[in-house]
Design a protein around this ligand. Structure first.
Ligand code: AMP
Ligand code: MG
Length: 402
């Protein structure tokens, strides 16, 4: 099989993703989920004309000439009702959020007034309507506020609460399984018995990333490079929306993933990618389950997850925006490479100093997980580009999607 370009691979993945089912959740449990319904407002916001300041409710024409002396006839706190009507030459003391008394059309902030002996002196003339929040100025009843597919952050929780949405409909979490394969790998806390053994990090990187993306994660543990054992685990693939393995997917003699998935009747959609790192990535489908065979090299594994599994998980949950969202930034250091056949994704740092700047991690090889320390983006080096010069404006892919 020839190398599949990234754009084509991404398209194939997304074509095979369908949106998950919906569930109704109490508001607080919906944090981090994606809305499965359009949310419209059932009321005007604000619902009544009210004061934006602490001060005095007046008629604008009474304060056209200043100083103006007005008779204080009442007081309206927030939540108050039944204010006397503001007639010519009178005023009502008012507080932020309190309904505007009948007859008044303007609020004078307390700082522009002086109150004494039952009268208020206004020292500044203000245009009619000043410091009044008008009914419906923010939202009209029936306005669409949050579209299906919106991620619910703290802000959206607050907005939904202000609409009295005790329950909201969201997409369910993707069920994602992780299986790490390799004769040499030992898990967190296990004893390393031989110098040739290594500590497994991939299952933990994937676990963390999948949780960050809102999945229900099933950790299926570590297995050796033994076809039977791997096959047994892969037989449960249909219990999940997404099944991920790491290791054993390149061209080595003990790389069994491809032959196992073929023997189990998976439809293989691509195997090798024209990207660096993460060339050996196998994408397949069994029924409605997506299968990703990711490489064992820790950086390759993480990059393959970020570039291909992430968009699938987002789309399943209703995310509709373009992926990846690229920004332009100025490179502060030159980069060169000998082989330009593949699109390369450098771990990088993006920051602002008068303009967007970026730099790449000095450790760039696919086994160097330390290249993620301090990184907040990938810097893209496109196919056929051998060199990026200091000062070039390059495409960067920030890690955060919000
Ligand atoms: P493989 O894809 O199986 O050929 O493995 C490629 C490299 O990744 C080898 O150096 C492995 O030791 C390493 N590797 C495989 N699995 C893991 C893992 N779970 N965590 C960290 N490194 C791994
Ligand atoms: Mg291996």
């Amino acid at each position: 099989m020839s190398l599949t370009p990234y754009d084509e691979a991404l398209k194939l993945v997304l074509e095979n993703v369908s949106t998950l089912g919906k569930e109704k959740l109490p508001l607080w449990q919906a944090l981090g989920r994606f809305l499965a319904e359009d949310v419209a407002s059932h009321t005007d916001m604000p619902l009544f004309d009210n004061s934006a300041m602490d001060g005095y409710a007046v008629r604008a024409e009474d304060i056209r000439e200043v100083p103006a002396r007005l008779k204080l006839i009442g007081e309206m706190p927030a939540g108050g009702e039944g204010s006397p009507k503001v007639e010519r030459g009178t005023t009502v003391k008012i507080f932020t959020g309190a309904p505007i008394p009948e007859g008044a059309d303007t609020v004078v902030p307390v700082e522009l007034t002086k109150e004494a002996d039952g009268y208020v002196v206004v020292n500044k003339s203000l245009p009619m309507g000043s410091n009044i929040r008008v009914r419906g100025e923010e939202v009209k009843a029936g306005d669409l506020l949050l579209k299906e597919g919106t991620k619910i952050r703290g802000y959206e929780l607050g907005l939904l609460a202000s609409l009295n949405r005790v329950f909201v409909e969201v997409y369910r979490r993707p069920k994602l399984a992780i299986l790490a394969t390799g004769d040499e790998i030992k898990d967190l806390g296990e004893t390393i018995e031989k110098p040739s053994q290594i500590r497994s990090s991939n299952n933990h990187t994937l676990y963390g990333r999948a949780l960050e993306l809102g999945c229900d994660v099933y950790h299926l543990g570590l297995v050796r490079d033994e076809p039977r054992t791997i096959e047994e685990k892969l037989k449960t693939v249909q219990d999940y929306d997404v099944f991920i393995t790491t290791g054993g997917v390149s061209a080595g003699e003990r790389d069994y993933i491809k032959e196992i998935v073929l023997s189990l009747g998976f439809e293989v959609l691509f195997h090798k990618l024209r990207i660096k790192p993460a060339k050996p990535v196998l994408f397949a489908r069994k029924g409605r389950t997506l299968f990703f065979g990711l490489p064992g090299n820790p950086v390759s594994c993480a990059i393959a997850f970020d570039l291909l599994v992430t968009p699938a998980l987002l789309k399943m949950q209703g995310y509709r925006e373009e992926f990846p969202k690229l920004w332009k930034a100025k490179l502060v250091r030159s980069f060169s490479r000998r082989d330009s056949e593949r699109r390369e994704f450098l771990r990088g740092r993006l920051w602002f100093d008068g303009e967007l700047l970026c730099d790449f991690s000095p450790k760039n090889q696919s086994h160097m997980l330390t290249s993620y320390i301090g990184a907040n983006c990938y810097i893209v080096v496109y196919e056929d580009i051998k060199e990026l010069k200091e000062g070039d404006r390059v495409d960067v892919f920030p890690f955060s999607i919000d």
